[in-house]
Design a protein around this ligand. Structure first.
Ligand code: M6R
Length: 598
């Protein structure tokens, strides 16, 4: 995981790097650091905790130079301490290195170095890289880096500076993302474009096995074989940087409020003809892959295909897909869902599916991502950048693309009558408007959370598509507020979990299928009879059926579509619970926005 940035230009590097790191903080925020190369020596500062700690620690008079590298960390190997923060120096501070990824053979490499009298000062897997480059250096930094890279197993994006070359930054990529940016005032490397897009006009995404040498005026690309390669830039124009909405306290809150716009933009961009062509091909089965919220969005496609088309699909948590013996026969269309397009488990799962010959479509929010490049076709969600760690607007947008895709399949496969299809399409088009109505619930949810913020646990309940929505509600609450939470099919409650219902515990019921309201209302009654509290999100038409402590009515819509709307009150619920418990709603503990390690 982690974010790396490098700069060679005409501005003070420390300022540029700190700006880049702030943009990349969503990739990890356990520690951060910078190394500045002034041509004769390397300046280093690194600190555990948020970037503000680093900023405070940097002595502006010492951090002089227009070339450097920076890092923001999500700890994998070694605790979140100053010592384990990047960059790492080699012996005698000749090289400084930042790393994103995991060096899987670092213990063997540390032994190799130890036998030669070089000992590590940190608990990380990354530090060995700086020492190896130093070990192999015989007068040429590029050659030494290429030689060191040969010894590394695992995944890595690296940034390297040294005392040997003035104004030169190296960037290296294998299985962890890295882009080059070209701007008016200098050149960059960065884990992804969001770190540098404001200052760059053009970018190039490094392929695996490439190394770039940047100076303020020149960018040269090489393969791991040392041969120089030609490459061409793409324009960064049109890339959207998320800004806090005026008056909003956090990215998460702004991003929840942006759900309706994201839905509208995403529906509008749906490439109907392209998807019709894709789905008219030979498809024997559908298989979905995703992690976290993206997996929960995939489940909504599963429900829609089952309920609307009578077609069974398989939905996998990507890391589980990797553990199973997956049978690629029967012409599967694999659909990979990911906000970032950089999630390592999802990328690996796609590689596995492709190696079995499967065609892969992705649903992704970042066009310039590794996932989009890897897949045969892409449905891009139009949310702009999502900065809060919790997926909000992107979950809703993934859902709407997938639901539209299910309707396209219903159409071309003749699984649905024309009139019915027209009705569903009309209902889908109304979702952004209905989402806007749900946004009006913000004040009410804030009041509810003031009363239930001390809940010991919250169980999210639902049936069918509402159960899938419940899974997302539960994930959101636990990741942001650290309140213990699980999702259960309502009918499953009496098979064990009811034992946990008591005062101080809440059930959060989602019931949007009129055929299931009565059953769900009984589940609420059973919960309340044991002293637990109840919150119910239902259709407007069902208001009054549920004897809940707090009732939240959302606009009526076909029940397989309703997760696009019910997610909004659940997102507000998590946000306000977290806020009133004093949690950081944008950067919850132990997490990062982009999970780029398996
Ligand atoms: O970028 P991706 O959509 O692939 O990320 C997948 C998950 O890591 C992500 O959805 C995570 O579960 C969110 N923090 C949930 O809010």
């Amino acid at each position: 995981m982690c974010g790396i940035v490098g700069y060679a230009g005409e501005e003070e590097a420390v300022r540029v790097l700190l700006k880049g790191l702030k943009n990349l903080e969503y990739r990890g925020y356990d520690s951060s650091g910078v190394a500045i190369a002034d041509g004769t020596h390397l300046f280093l500062e690194k600190k555990a905790g948020r970037i503000e700690n680093l900023e405070r620690a940097i002595d502006p008079n010492a951090a002089k130079g227009t070339c450097g590298i920076g890092h923001t960390r999500w700890a994998t190997h070694g605790a979140a301490t100053d010592e384990n923060a990047h960059p790492f120096f080699s012996r005698y501070a000749k090289f400084a290195v930042v790393h994103n990824g995991i060096i899987t053979n670092y213990l063997a490499l540390a032994r190799f170095l130890g036998e030669r009298g070089v000992f590590l000062t940190s608990d990380t897997d990354s530090e060995v890289v700086a020492h190896l480059i130093d070990y192999y250096y015989t007068g040429d930094v590029l050659s030494a880096t290429l030689r060191a890279v040969k010894d590394l197993n695992g995944s890595f994006a690296l940034g390297v500076v040294s005392v040997y070359e003035k104004d030169v930054v190296y960037g290296v990529r294998k299985d962890s993302p890295l882009v080059i940016g070209r701007g008016k005032k200098g050149n960059f490397i960065c884990s992804d474009l969001s770190g540098i897009s404001e200052d760059c006009e053009d970018f190039y995404t490094l392929a695996n096995g490439e190394i770039v040498r940047l100076t303020p005026r020149e960018i040269r690309l090489f393969g791991f074989d040392g041969k120089e390669r030609s490459f061409s830039f793409e324009k960064t124009s049109g890339l959207d940087l998320a800004k806090k909405t005026e008056g909003a306290e956090s990215f998460m809150l702004s991003e929840i409020r942006e759900v309706p716009t994201s839905l509208a933009m995403t529906i509008e961009s749906y490439p109907e003809e392209e998807m019709k062509r894709l789905l008219s091909g030979k498809i024997g089965r559908f298989c979905l892959i995703g992690c976290g919220s993206a997996y929960h969005a995939a489940l909504l496609f599963q429900a829609a295909m089952r309920e609307l088309c009578g077609v069974r699909t398989e939905a996998y948590v990507a890391s589980e897909f990797l553990t199973e013996r997956w049978d690629p026969s029967g012409d599967p269309l694999v659909i990979a869902v990911s906000q970032s397009g950089e999630t390592a488990d999802t990328l690996q799962a796609v590689r596995k599916a492709k190696s079995g010959g499967a065609k892969v479509l992705c649903v992704c929010n970042v066009r310039a991502s590794s996932l989009v490049r890897l897949c045969d076709a892409a449905l891009i969600t139009r949310c702009g950048v999502e900065r809060a760690v919790a997926a909000t607007k992107t979950y809703a947008a993934q859902a709407i693309h997938l639901l539209r895709l299910a309707l396209t399949y219903a159409e071309i496969s003749g699984k649905m009558k024309n009139e019915e299809l027209a009705l569903y399409k009309k209902e889908l088009a109304l979702l952004p408007e209905k989402a806007q109505e749900a946004i009006e619930l913000e004040g009410y949810l804030s009041d509810v959370c003031l009363r239930v913020r001390d809940a010991e646990a919250v169980f999210f309940l639902g049936r069918n598509a509402d159960y899938y929505a419940a899974k997302e509600g539960s994930l959101k609450l636990k990741e942001i507020s650290y309140v213990y939470s699980e999702a259960y099919p309502s009918g499953e409650l009496k098979h064990g979990t009811l034992a946990l219902m008591e005062k101080g515990v809440y059930a959060f019921m989602i019931s949007t299928n009129p055929a299931l309201h009565e059953k769900n209302a009984s589940s609420v009654a059973e919960v309340k009879a044991r002293g637990a509290g109840a919150i119910a999100v239902t259709n407007e038409s069902a208001a009054g059926l549920f004897n809940a402590d707090y009732a939240i009515a959302i606009p009526d819509c076909p029940f397989v579509f309703s997760p696009v709307i019910t997610c909004i009150p659940m997102q507000f619920f998590s946000y306000f619970t977290a806020k009133y418990r004093g949690c950081d709603t944008d950067k919850p503990r132990n997490l990062a926005k982009s999970v780029t390690v398996e």
